[in-house]
Design a binder for this molecule. Structure first.
Ligand SMILES: Cc1ncc(COP(=O)(O)O)c(C=O)c1O
Length: 457
């Protein structure tokens, strides 16, 4: 069947180049995720290959990757061990059912992940994405309280400005107004702690801000309102990424831990972006010295090469489920592709690469130089704050009057034009380069940003 094609797409396809770019019909067919579709299709940005710190676009231009793809390619692109592991696995065995059956690499990877997780977190449940890891952890928390006879603990507590993926549980505990505006109420019985961003007291902090530990006392307010016997879990990102790089104030996570322990509430760290070396240790839990009850992970687990996520769980939580008749399923949950052979192969190749090159602690070595570079942007046009931890950076811009997010988006387009891939969220530029980054790349990121800020309206 012939479908009418928008003339604007004809134009865009010609501009991209018919040999390498999509045809107008192809442009029309793809409904892109989290993308301004109409804007994109007028001037498509197409990446066609990648190696190390760089992408190449369809015209052969080299683009420095300032965001590890999407916070996931922590070891850099096209790393040989990962490529070979995936190729070999695809030829050896494509798929194995994960329910009542398994394949050896799933066990091998679970053990390897547990080895780098905080002490006592020895159990690993595989998913395919960060969103699925979040849903899995929330369900696990509810089920855990039930198996222990505390079934009234059903309430889930998230935090304002939290991002926990796109599924119903995740958008409910998440604290993004856009989700409520677009989808209304999702899961009921959810509350939120206040977010920790306090520009008045903490702007320009290098590393962890000094003020705000007391915001963790919101847990006490929840307990005073609902009673601890009704609360199942608190979920937070140790460093909130998608709502603008919010680094936890000194002592905040420690206080959350103390209060959750005091009230028998499970503490879940969503480490989908902070996991696998981003903050200078394998997990942010280790960077900040706070052990949660569960960690949700994805992205850097398989270096973004094959979709994969995981929930890393304290041993005693797992043990609580291991009761009842042995032929019965203890936790009725899982995905067709949980622990997929290709994902496990990619995960093992990824962990080998991290170990061989010391990448899980490299952010700790590079963070001072990275911070220095980013904070040198203070005083450039429109910059109202700079935030950083490990190899995560946030540069916040004053919004254009009555056009929130536009100034940052224009900056993103300008940087891309100059050969640098950044990411923007609202009016904040978020940076999370591959952990193999060298000083010269940091210089290039900072110089390109500086130039774009000086050109920005
Ligand atoms: C903290 C956090 N949780 C969950 C997710 C969702 O992960 P995914 O897009 O793999 O579903 C993300 C994605 O960026 C995230 O940053």
């Amino acid at each position: 069947m012939n479908k009418a094609v928008d003339p604007a797409l004809m134009h865009a396809a010609e501009a991209v180049g018919s040999t390498t770019g999509p045809t107008p019909a192809q442009l029309a067919a793809y409904w892109m995720p989290f993308t301004a579709n109409r804007q994109f299709k007028k001037a498509p940005r197409l990446l066609t290959s990648a190696a190390g710190m760089h992408y190449r676009d369809h015209q052969g231009r080299q683009i420095l990757d300032g965001v590890a793809g999407l916070w996931c390619v922590n070891a850099g692109h096209a790393r040989p061990r990962i490529v070979q592991a995936i190729q070999q696995q695809a030829a050896e065995m494509d798929f194995a059912p994960p329910f009542q059956m398994a394949h050896p690499k799933a066990f091998e990877l679970a053990e390897r992940v547990a080895q780098i997780a905080p002490a006592g977190m020895g159990k690993v449940f595989f998913t395919n994405s960060g969103s699925e890891s979040v849903e899995t952890a929330l369900k696990m928390a509810l089920a855990y309280h039930r198996v222990r006879g505390e079934g009234t603990r059903t309430r889930l507590i998230g935090r304002e400005r939290g991002y926990h993926g796109v599924n119903f549980g995740g958008i409910s505990v998440g604290g993004m107004v856009g989700n409520r505006k677009t989808y209304g109420l999702a899961v009921a019985g959810v509350d939120h702690l206040r977010h920790t961003h306090d520009a008045a007291r903490n702007a320009w902090s290098v590393g962890q801000p000094a003020h705000g530990a007391e915001l963790a006392d919101d847990v006490e307010r929840m307990v005073a309102l609902h009673d601890a016997s009704n609360i199942a879990a608190v979920i937070v990102e140790p460093v909130a990424g998608s709502t603008g790089v919010l680094v936890p104030p000194v002592g905040y996570l420690q206080r959350l831990r103390e209060l959750c322990t005091r009230h028998g509430i499970l503490l879940i760290f969503d480490e989908v972006i902070t996991g696998f070396g981003r903050t200078g240790a394998p997990f942010a839990a280790q960077t900040f010295g706070v052990t949660p009850d569960m960690i949700t992970a994805a992205k850097g687990l398989s270096n973004g090469a094959v979709p994969m996520g995981a929930v890393i769980v304290k041993d005693e939580i797992h043990e609580a489920f291991m009761t009842g008749p042995e032929h019965l399923i203890e936790f009725p949950h899982g995905y067709t592709y949980s622990g997929h052979p290709l994902a496990c192969a990619a995960g093992l190749g990824t962990l080998d690469t991290y170990a061989e090159e010391g990448l899980l602690t490299r952010a700790a070595e590079m963070q001072d130089y990275f911070a220095q570079g980013l904070h040198s942007l203070r005083g450039e046009p429109h910059v109202i704050d700079v935030r950083n931890i490990g190899l995560v950076g946030g540069v916040e811009l004053a919004p254009l009057p009555s056009e929130p997010a536009k100034r940052a988006f224009d900056l993103f387009l300008d940087c891309y034009d100059k050969g640098l891939l950044i990411r923007t969220t609202g009016d904040t530029v978020a940076l999370s380069p591959p952990l193999i980054i060298e000083r010269s790349h940091i210089d290039q990121i900072v110089d390109t940003l500086r130039g774009a800020l000086r050109r920005a309206a």
